[in-house]
Write a protein that binds this ligand. Structure first.
Ligand SMILES: *Cc1c(COP(=O)(O)O)cnc(C)c1O
Length: 427
């Protein structure tokens, strides 16, 4: 879609869908009568993920403990197998990614490894817009080390929704030991310039890691080439691995001999793990950043999902995602000004991830509730953000049109006035 061809009528959306060369919608379980726009919070299950999960269950049924070596693929190296399969999505080398833990625990593990205050270089730089769990983990880590509170620096946003890379780089001084930033901000959807920030950090002798929860599976990365020191992401958002799916860790090759901060027996060299010796022999790759036994049933759906990504290609995912989100923003721009909505997501393709954030000064909660009643699944983020994520793998242009048209109707008919202004616990 270009500016030239954009057309706000429903027929245009249908035409865009007809022109789509490849379509993976039928590989996902989409409920009839529902428009799912929340794949940035919990991606939908695919046929492939279900099959992989059933296969893992069947392996357990038939093989018992034998599954560690004889399951298809063997459980003993499943985390490494999936890590290698996922590496291309983030531009890592195959030994640089491991599927393990949860994002929050992995942050603890990587801070334990890479946050080494020394001399006057003592600070950990994050940002105030970061996902709360990341900040809680970092603050807890500082307490554990007995660091003063002032060592955790949260960079301020100028507008409460985006960060300016110049401001971030401006804060890279000699007091900073480590930087931990999101790739895509979970509320506004802003995508930071990972390459530029990494180069700037390294030029000042600072290590840098990224939380890629909102970009993995939506945006291509070149983590290895850019030299990013480490990264974490979850596999249940754009990667469709299911609720509580195991998360992922990337550690750049150059750090593979750095002692893992929270070691455990699955981070031992595979060849000697079952010798059960008291001395830890750290595995050669990112696998060293595992601790205990891998959660096979929380990993199998990821395997199925990765097969779909391998077929479609992350660049194609990104290209379609950008067309869907551009279209959504154009339709939102066409809403009458008196409806009061603003798109706070940056417009430039290289500055946005896979979702669009709409704000309304007073009615976001009620509009969000109305959308849900109509079978449209958005999500709400405090205080006034409605996030909409048209997912390249399973959403289409008609659904985007219907979603924005529903917002228009909810405002025109004042349907929102019938809803309460309280929000649900998980929205
Ligand atoms: C989703 C998300 C998390 C969630 O962490 P879990 O440990 O999986 O609950 C953490 N950080 C960011 C930036 C996220 O988007």
């Amino acid at each position: 879609m270009t500016e030239h061809t954009y057309d706000s009528r429903a027929e245009f959306a249908a035409e865009m869908d007809r022109r789509e060369a490849r379509n993976f919608e039928s590989r996902f379980f989409k409920s009839d009568g529902t428009i799912y726009m929340d794949g940035n919070s919990l991606g939908l299950m695919s046929v492939d993920s279900e099959a992989a999960l059933l296969r893992a269950a069947d392996n357990f049924k038939r093989l018992g403990i034998g599954g560690w070596m004889s399951a298809d693929p063997p459980w003993f190296t499943y985390a490494e197998t999936l890590g290698a399969k996922m590496a291309g999505l983030v531009g890592a080398q195959s030994g640089e990614v491991i599927v393990t833990g949860s994002t929050t625990l992995n942050i603890h593990s990587l801070l334990s490894t890479f946050y080494k205050p020394r001399g006057s270089r003592t600070k950990l730089l994050m940002d105030e817009l970061n996902f709360p769990s990341d900040i809680y983990a970092a603050a807890g880590h500082m307490r554990l080390l007995g660091r003063p509170e002032a060592d955790l620096v949260l960079l301020q946003s100028r507008d409460d929704s985006t960060l300016d890379e110049d401001d971030i780089i401006g804060a890279f001084d000699d007091s900073i030991a480590l930087v931990l930033l999101p790739s895509v901000l979970y509320r506004s959807g802003q995508l930071l310039d990972i390459e530029r920030l990494t180069k700037a950090a390294h030029a000042r002798g600072i290590l840098i890691g990224f939380d890629c929860c909102h970009s993995a599976g939506a945006v291509p990365h070149r983590l290895h080439e850019w030299g990013v020191d480490f990264a974490v992401w979850c596999c249940y958002k754009y990667l469709n691995g299911g609720p509580g799916a195991s998360a992922a860790v990337y550690v750049h090759q150059r750090h593979h001999s750095t002692p893992a901060g929270l070691p455990g027996w699955f981070g031992n060299d595979k060849a000697t793990q079952f010798d059960m010796r008291p001395n830890f022999e750290q595995a050669g790759g990112a696998g060293a950043w595992q601790a205990g036994t891998p959660h096979i049933f929380s990993m199998a759906p990821i395997e199925g999902s990765l097969n779909i990504f391998a077929e479609y290609g992350i660049d194609n995912v990104r290209e379609k995602s950008l067309r869907l989100t551009s279209y959504l923003m154009r339709l939102a721009d066409d809403l009458p000004a008196e409806h009061g909505f603003t798109v706070i997501t940056p417009r430039e393709p290289h500055r946005r991830g896979g979702h669009i954030a709409l704000t309304h000064p007073t009615e976001s909660i009620r509009v969000n509730s109305c959308l849900k009643k109509r079978g449209i699944v958005p999500d709400f983020r405090f205080p006034n953000i409605i996030r909409l994520a048209p997912i390249a793998l399973y959403n289409n242009f008609r659904e985007v049109w219907q979603t924005v048209n529903a917002v228009r109707e909810i405002m025109e008919t004042r349907e929102y006035l019938s809803e309460s202004n309280d929000r649900d616990t998980v929205s």
